[in-house]
Design a protein around this ligand. Sequence first.
Ligand code: SF4
Length: 74
Amino acid sequence: MAGCPYFERCGLHQNLGMQAAIRVWRSFYCDGVHTRCERFKLAEAGVEVPPRLLPNGRLLESPDRVPERRGRVA
Ligand code: SF4
């Protein structure tokens, strides 16, 4: 299967802070089965692709999000 036709302009690859994850997504989706990518599906439908949308349909967490603390803090 040919690579994704949106590769050159896809915003996913602009995030320099997650290159390791991008390599995995690229292998599976962009160079593989790009028709399963949620970003591809929206682009094909003519819908604006949210910048934080990942190929698996989840949203990338905002970098300024503070992790929740669980349990008791002494
Ligand atoms: S993330 Fe999805 S839309 Fe972007 S280049 Fe890869 S397969 Fe195409």
